[in-house]
Unconditional design. Structure first.
Length: 426
């Protein structure tokens, strides 16, 4: 009788194990998981699940397919652990923060941990593992999985496709057109690892967003990033024949076989990552470490890095164009000729142009200060005359002016208002 009970217990245990685990997937527990994630030279992908979780049940066959995909890559360990079981609660409590299922990638050698937050499909998960491990599956394997995913999708959408009419080729043409429209929309440059460097060097400042297809937040952030480029900083990216000092670029890293090289070069550990580049320096960018969900903080960070002066709506902030080092030289009793001589000395100009004051067009603003001084030498009322002229242009012709021209006039008004001699009498 005891032997019979032992046999039945063993059989039940085996049946449970096989129902939740394929031959290429390791079923771990509290005792074995620490050993698995410490094995040198391995990458471990862990599915923390619970028996009562219906999302977990849907995920089981997908994780099993991952095990099949990476069967020829022993450096990849696909692991499951039941957080609802007594011998799995300790490890689950340690690693599960929000709930089940939790999908975690661990680099055993470095200890780096990345939680998956994306499309829980075979393709989404395999891309995630490939991107973080550097392991590349053969294209045939990926294409087979793509076909399986497409077959499932078509089966669900079959009736819809029939009622809508149109062949697969026609549907693909529509998708291609949409893709082109997205790529051409606004001023976000869609990058490849090969075009990254030339794009950075194309403008004085480059703001680059690096993401991945499996990253849900990356997809959400695309809208924010596009708004930065096409609304808030639209006038600074330039359009047509009007150049701007700023370029926005977007790179989806796991779409390219050599995408991992970009990760390594810039030590990217999280997605999306925002990199700020200055003056064509492709090797030492500044990483944005602030809140990517706070639009105001993003705008302020770009302003601070580039010297631009935009508010959220894209208008200029109060004081845009003003260079304090130059404005401080103006006073009621100054000699405009002497101050002009100081400014025209090459060393002075170099020092000012290399400073962080002012905005992205600081050289233009410096020239305007010089022009004011030249006018004051001829007419002591030059500032008031210029103020009236600019005000009249905005009053009568603002509908005829483009945004960049309006910006230029606003900056000049800011400078004139600050250095007005009547306001700077000592």
């Amino acid at each position: 009788m005891k032997l019979l009970l032992l046999f039945l217990t063993t059989l039940t245990t085996l049946s449970i194990t096989f129902s939740y685990s394929a031959s290429n997937v390791i079923l771990a527990n509290d005792a074995t998981l620490p050993q698995l994630i410490k094995t040198p030279g391995k990458y471990t992908f862990i599915d923390f699940y619970a028996d009562w979780c219906r999302h977990c049940k849907k995920l089981h066959p997908i994780v099993d397919q991952l095990g099949e995909l990476f069967v020829d890559h022993p450096e990849i360990q696909i692991v499951k652990i039941n957080g609802d079981a007594k011998d799995g609660r300790k490890m689950s409590k340690k690693y599960v923060e929000l709930g089940y299922p939790t999908l975690l990638f661990i680099d055993n050698d470095s200890g780096r941990k990345v939680e998956f937050d994306g499309d829980r499909s075979v393709l989404g998960l395999s891309n995630f593992i490939q991107q973080l491990s550097g392991v590349r599956l053969q294209r045939e394997e990926e294409e087979e999985e793509e076909e399986k995913e497409e077959e499932k999708h078509n089966a669900k959408k079959g009736v819809e496709n029939i009622t809508q009419g149109g062949t697969k080729d026609k549907q693909l043409n529509v998708l291609d057109k949409n893709k082109e429209a997205v790529n051409e929309y606004g001023d976000v440059v869609i990058l490849t690892p090969e075009t990254l460097e030339s794009t950075i060097k194309s403008k004085p400042f480059a703001i680059i967003s690096i993401g991945a297809t499996w990253c849900n937040f990356c997809q959400d952030f695309k809208g924010t990033f596009t708004q930065l480029a096409t609304k808030t900083f639209a006038r600074d990216t330039g359009s047509g024949s009007l150049p701007g000092p700023l370029v926005f670029g977007q790179l989806t890293i796991d779409q390219f076989e050599n995408g991992q090289d970009v990760n390594v070069k810039f030590n990217i550990k999280h997605y999306p990552t925002l990199l700020f580049f200055k003056h064509g320096d492709v090797n030492t960018p500044t990483k944005y470490t602030g809140d990517k969900k706070n639009y105001g903080k993003l705008v302020n960070a770009i302003n601070a890095y580039t010297g631009l002066s935009r508010d959220i709506s894209g208008d200029l902030k109060v004081g845009a164009g003003v260079i304090d080092k130059l404005s401080d030289k103006f006073s009621a009793d100054m000699d405009p000729f002497k101050v002009l001589q100081e400014l025209t000395e090459s060393e002075k100009l170099i020092e000012l142009n290399n400073s962080d004051d002012g905005d992205g067009d600081i050289d233009v603003d410096v020239e305007y200060y010089k022009l004011i001084l030249e006018s004051l030498i001829i007419d002591s009322q030059a500032i008031e005359i210029e103020q009236n002229r600019l005000e009249e242009i905005l009053h009568k012709d603002i509908d005829k002016l483009n945004g960049i021209t309006i910006d230029s006039i606003r900056k000049r008004q800011n400078i004139l208002n600050l250095i007005n001699l009547d306001k700077r009498k000592k």
